[in-house]
Write a protein of this length. Structure first.
Length: 167
């Protein structure tokens, strides 16, 4: 499904995803955020997508939707999402903080924004082991635009078949 969305990148799919983000149904809001995070290889709707996701980030209460929004921010890799991600890094639910730990290295920019790095450091000390581990990985890899290959001496990183890190 993700590959099909990346290939499409059309206004009809964007419009549908935006409508899903406003749905009363949690599963539809999750799906809307998932679509927006992957729509089009060149992210043709970035300037229209970020406000939708930032609105969800500010107003949503369901941790599943917030997690999907954070993953979408991470996929989009746009520094304008950083304030929303930093705010959600303080959320009470560990699933949301886990999503923030994932998104932060992707939205901090290069060089990494100091506020984003500070949030990642806080998450590295999180009481939830999964959150702390993911944040520590983000710090180890340098965050803010460095790839796994850049973070490993010699420039070659093993991403276990692409299962851990986004390209």
């Amino acid at each position: 499904m993700i590959t099909a969305l990346q290939e499409r990148g059309d206004v009809e799919t964007f419009t549908l995803a935006r409508r899903l983000c406003a749905s009363e149904a949690t599963a539809e809001r999750v799906l809307g955020a998932d679509i927006l995070g992957e729509l089009g290889r060149d992210r043709p709707f970035m300037d229209r997508t970020l406000p939708v996701l930032r609105c969800l980030a500010a107003n949503e209460t369901d941790p599943r939707v917030l997690y999907a929004v954070l993953l979408a921010f991470g996929h989009l890799r746009d520094r304008r999402a950083l304030p929303s991600v930093i705010e959600l890094a303080e959320h009470t639910h560990p699933t949301v903080r886990y999503g923030a730990a994932y998104a932060l290295p992707h939205v901090m920019g290069d060089p990494p924004d100091p506020a984003g790095v500070a949030a990642l450091h806080r998450l590295a000390g999180d009481p939830d082991d999964d959150v702390a581990d993911w944040a520590s990985l983000g710090l180890t890899l340098g965050g803010g635009g460095r790839s796994a290959a850049d973070a490993v001496p010699g420039g070659e990183g093993d991403d276990i078949g692409g299962q851990v890190l986004d390209p």
